[in-house]
Design a protein around this ligand. Structure first.
Ligand code: ADP
Ligand code: MG
Length: 724
């Protein structure tokens, strides 16, 4: 129905204050309005709620939303009410009077949306009541809860099929962020979906930056990170309950507001801690994986994992809680090989061999993610069967600062031949640890029993530590020269490619181990704004939220506040253009926020922001032309110089020229996007000694590896730092 197009957009702006749909939202909404069943797989933060909330407002009748958690329902209903939408929920948290009042409202047709817990449906009279309320859609949120294969199985969800029996004519919309095929099939089957519209969004989360750091002292690493991001709120996941407590304690000692969350706390403590976090009273939640689903807080800026998650799916879900508002956010995994061993021991204790095997495969994939030297985003998406189209995402440590490599031919030869010799002697394969022990000449019971101290490869790898050999071994697996089986004693086998390496003495490039933790974390693509004003608006938001007893993000998201602190709206019409400002919020909050902005401008200068990037003071902007601006925009969005050059049809030198010019005009860029640590170690002393007078000469003196364009960048950034 064509005439709906402007209507839907108008409704979107009117009620929610958004100017456009996120991917697939509009198609899903259209299907729902046409009475079709829908199965929608959108990543966390993809905007699933809107898919059923907007249809509810587009026509008369009641939309029933089934949702698994009481906290989740309350949060969504609060948010809808803040936008002026008549929504309510029924669950066991209400007292009788309150529940009666709501039922009365429902009988009178006062509500457009009703949130229900699935167990509620089975209560006496609920289905009969629903029959009298003109239900036009059943939305099943977190639909993976219906599947035993998902990570959050809720047996009550199995009851939902009764809705289908009682309301054969009412369409279903099932929504989830869980993408695995098995769960998908389960949802289709259990809910009896009828040739549903099937929508799968990309699971790429472009605003998330992925990093892996070698784990040293986790608590100190977390503290350093949290200190480096003094205003950001985040989740720190730990495996053990007691670690969440000691971690929160350590942070609190250092003056960071942090609390623990785990299933061992009382219900009261859990909901209190969660509430404090949602309300921005507490900045960091140190939690086990019990903390998660239903955390709709949109401004979680980082998710750190202190321990290795058990599989990639969980890691993806947990990191997905960062940056729902679409602003840049970070996911940091602290990785140590010791964690892998702990997982393996745990897996070995599982009674069912089939389960063990699945767990082992999943663990291998997780370790693969942690150790890979290529794009992490591509690796994550690959796990979900999605191909990331670019070679460099610009949003993971490996793309931002590619790890150095070395000629590992000798190491590879030693390792592979050791695998070969061991099998030759024993007639059976052994695990990675045993190979490492043979290489390093260890004296173990097994080595003696099998006579491995007599192998020609015994002790030929003493120049490396055992942990280094383990890293090399795992990289050889990743590179396809070895295969690791997933049985109880997972053994290494040479692949045909590995055999070829041995026979032909092929040269092999390996990756340097990860550098030790840096103190600095750099985040690309932030919406630049007047930080002082942003801070004031945050305080105002907090105050308004407290008065209303709701979390701050229900008043406005960080995106809205940042836009305000960038555009400085002066009147209602300017305010209405801010993303997230619908009619109701304009009416309710327009005046106070406009006041705050005007008050700020009375005593502070208005900063000028270029169209879509960074601060430019008018005097300086003269040297920056449109082409440079376009380069900057792409570079800030995370593209590499090579990519920009290729896509814009320039040579990389031109792109470096644009960037150097922009830096000279006052733009700030970080050295680490252009140079590896090793390169800096060469470049810095050279220039410190010889100055910047002759770049051509420097190019030669430095061995010609670092292009002229990058030397220019180096000079521009250093000159800029000197002036500050
Ligand atoms: P999900 O349930 O898929 O994780 P939500 O429904 O909680 O995601 O939405 C995540 C965030 O995105 C919310 O803050 C929501 O207001 C915002 N959002 C949803 N749709 C849009 C849109 N079309 N434009 C801008 N923001 C949107
Ligand atoms: Mg949701």
């Amino acid at each position: 129905m064509k005439q709906d197009v402007p209507n839907l957009l108008a409704l979107l702006k009117q009620h929610f204050g958004f100017a456009s749909f996120r991917p697939l939202q509009e198609q899903i909404i259209r299907d729902a309005l046409a009475g079709r069943d829908v199965l929608a797989l959108l990543p966390t933060g993809g905007g699933k709620s809107l898919c059923y909330q907007l249809p509810a407002l587009a026509r008369p009748g009641l939309t029933v939303v089934v949702s698994p958690l009481i906290a989740l329902m309350k949060d969504q209903v609060d948010a809808l009410q803040a936008s002026g939408v008549a929504a309510t929920f029924l669950n066991s948290s209400l007292n009788t009077t309150e529940a009666r009042a709501r039922l009365r409202g429902l009988h009178q047709g006062q509500y457009r949306l009703l949130y229900l817990a699935p167990e509620r449906l089975m209560l006496d009279g609920c289905l009969a009541d629903l029959q009298g309320w003109q239900v036009n859609l059943f939305a099943i949120d977190e639909a993976h809860c219906i599947s035993e294969w998902g990570h959050d199985f809720r047996p009550e969800y199995r009851q939902l099929v009764r809705l289908r029996e009682v309301f054969p004519q009412v369409p279903f919309m099932a929504l989830t962020a869980t993408a695995t095929e098995r769960v998908r099939q389960d949802i289709l089957k259990q809910l009896h979906l009828r040739s549903p519209g099937f929508y799968v969004a990309s699971f790429n989360r472009p605003n998330l930056t992925y990093r892996v750091l070698p784990k040293a002292k986790a608590a100190e690493q977390v503290l350093a990170y949290v200190r480096a991001h003094p205003r950001d709120s985040g989740i720190v996941y730990c495996q053990a309950r007691k670690t969440t407590e000691s971690m929160a304690g350590r942070l609190a000692e250092a003056g960071v507001k942090a609390l623990p969350y785990h299933a061992g706390l009382t219900t009261g403590e859990r909901s209190r801690n969660q509430e404090l976090f949602l309300r921005d009273e507490v900045r960091v939640m140190c939690a086990t994986i019990a903390f998660g689903m239903g955390i709709n807080k949109s401004n979680v800026r980082f998710v750190m994992h202190c321990d290795l998650p058990k599989n990639v799916e969980s890691y993806y879900q947990e990191t997905g809680r960062a940056g729902r508002d679409g602003l840049p956010s970070e996911c940091v995994l602290l990785f140590s090989a010791g964690d892998v061993v702990k997982h393996q021991q745990f897996i070995n204790e599982k009674p069912d061999p089939r389960e063990q095997q699945i767990a082992r495969e999943q663990l291998q994939q997780m370790v693969h993610y942690a150790e890979i030297s290529e794009c992490r985003r591509a690796a994550l998406l690959d796990y979900f069967g999605e191909t990331y189209p670019e070679t460099h995402c610009g949003g993971c440590d490996n793309c931002l600062a590619p790890r150095a490599t070395y000629d590992g031919t000798v190491e590879a030869q030693k390792f592979l031949s050791c695998v070969y010799r061991v099998r030759e002697r024993c007639g059976f394969g052994v695990g990675l640890n045993h190979i490492v022990e043979v290489l390093t000449g260890a004296d173990t019971e097994k080595i003696r029993r099998w006579g491995h101290e007599q192998l020609s490869t015994y002790g030929i790898g003493k120049q490396h530590h055992r942990s280094e050999w383990a890293v090399i071994g795992r990289e050889l697996v990743r590179l396809g020269y070895l295969r690791q089986t997933a049985e109880k004693f997972s053994v290494l086998e040479l692949t045909p490619e590995g055999m070829a390496v041995l026979k032909q003495r092929q040269s092999i490039t390996l990756t340097q181990p990860m550098a030790l933790p840096e103190a600095k974390f750099h985040r690309a693509g932030e919406i630049t704004c007047d930080e002082v004003l942003f801070e004031q608006l945050r305080q105002l938001r907090k105050q308004l939220a407290d008065e209303r007893g709701v979390p701050p993000y229900i008043i406005f998201s960080d995106v809205s506040l940042r836009q305000m602190a960038r555009n400085y709206p002066q009147d209602e019409s300017g305010f209405a253009r801010i993303s997230g400002v619908g009619e109701n919020k304009l009416r309710e909050f327009g005046a106070v926020f406009l006041d705050a902005i005007a008050g700020h401008l009375r005593t502070n200068p208005r900063q000028v922001f270029a169209e879509d990037w960074s601060v430019v003071t008018p005097a300086r902007s003269s040297g920056v032309n449109d082409s440079m601006r376009e380069t900057m925009r792409r570079f800030r969005a995370g593209q590499s110089v090579k990519e920009i050059a290729r896509q814009r049809g320039f040579v990389p030198g031109t792109i470096y020229g644009h960037l150097a010019g922009a830096i000279e005009a006052g733009e700030r860029l970080e050295l680490d996007r252009f140079f590896s640590a090793e390169e800096l170690e060469k470049v810095a002393p050279w220039f410190a000694k010889n100055g910047f007078a002759n770049l051509g000469e420097s190019l030669e003196a430095l061995g010609g590896q670092i292009e002229y364009g990058r030397l220019r960048i180096y000079r521009a950034i250093r000159n800029q730092q000197a002036k500050r």
